[in-house]
Design a protein around this ligand. Sequence first.
Ligand code: SF4
Length: 479
Amino acid sequence: MAEEKVIDEAVQGNSLALENKKDNTRKLYIESYGCAMNFSDSEIVASILAKEGFNTTQVLEDADLVLVNTCSIREKAELTIRKRLEKFNAVKRTRPHLKVGVLGCMAERLKSQFLEEEKIVDMVVGPDAYKDLPNLIKEIDEGRNAINVILSKDETYGDVSPVRLNTNGISAYVSITRGCDNMCTFCVVPFTRGRERSREPQSILEEVNDLWNKGYKEITLLGQNVDSYLWYGGGLKKDFGEATEMQKATAVNFATLLEMTAIAQPEMRIRFSTSNPQDLTLDVVKTMAKYNNICNHIHLPVQSGSNRILKAMNRLHTREEYFTLIDNIRKIIPDCAISQDMIAGFPTETEEDHKDTLSLLEYVKYDFGYMYSYSERPGTMAARKLEDDVPEADKKRRLAEIIASQREHSGYRLQQRLGKIDEVLIEGESKRSTAHWRGRNSQNAVIVFPKEDSKMGQFVHVKVEDCTTGTLLGSIVKN
Ligand code: SF4
């Protein structure tokens, strides 16, 4: 999982008002950066602090406590955070009692160094230590710095009911696993989020049922590597070998959890992210095909098309095995959308390796993707063993070629929807016209169409009549 996005949370004031408590007197302002896991974690944090007298506000100048949920996936992500922290100095001048805390992967990576380097920061809390926030806040309230960056073997926050922050009241994240054991050599996540552990299925289903009862129509089951989900009574995935025969016999893997969720709420639309080619099983794909309410889209990062580079990245599959997986997915679900993550310019990457990446893109013709230049992350195997030797100019050119190829294939995939009638969940107004709704089809493609008498949160059938480079255009067809 690797995304760099910033979402302005101001627009979600209305849903938050519903969650805030009348008796709470302190104000929390929280900003989230990076991947969906961080946005989901911020909702956990808001819930934990709601019980400590904090209501969440979207107005920075009203805040008593500012929390920044940080990302460490690339150097640029960390620079963004440092720049943002500078902005809080001005607010602190008008509100001297304001406290500032950093959460997430950069907090875990830097630990106490963060307090030394960023004087505005009072508190540093790692992704597994959010339940310690009440104690840490007591410390900073008494004027001391506070820090907890201990990674956990069993924390999944399964017993915390999230306060929905970045939501339109229609779609929500439900986290199912934490951490990652895959140790891809370029990735900082295993160091900042710890070992893989899965959340108890019942608590996941309760959260899904609760969301349905609150009017939500779509959930995304979330994890750094959802395919590796395995519940066998708690504990780390890597210790499954020591489980009892009974635990092994009753273990719940991702395909089973997906089926349980589809059955529990047959009207609820289900998505999941992120998959990993070395862990995705065909059982998962067959379960997707079996239930209409599981969306036909798989985010399947590949990172490179070269076998030599895949090996150097410690990605445990070859390009040929990846092609076989893609072919099998399309055999089982012919119109399944597939998206990718790709890295340009990994250490030692040659023009030949780059050509392999372009030919893989040509073979798969992904629906969309997230593409970046290699950014060396301190502490990773690649940083320790490999020199970041691909010249910036080559990285830039190769990335541009990858993006151009993806843009062409995204257009090709959108064209394939022309004339089709897609089921669409209405998520909001089109950015360009208040007379039009926007929503997504099962393939996660955005579609815009005239509102007629339909409403937000409704499922409608839309005939796809045209498309731009990134959006489908259509009109509602009556049943
Ligand atoms: S699968 Fe690899 S890239 Fe993804 S979070 Fe795990 S280590 Fe990082």
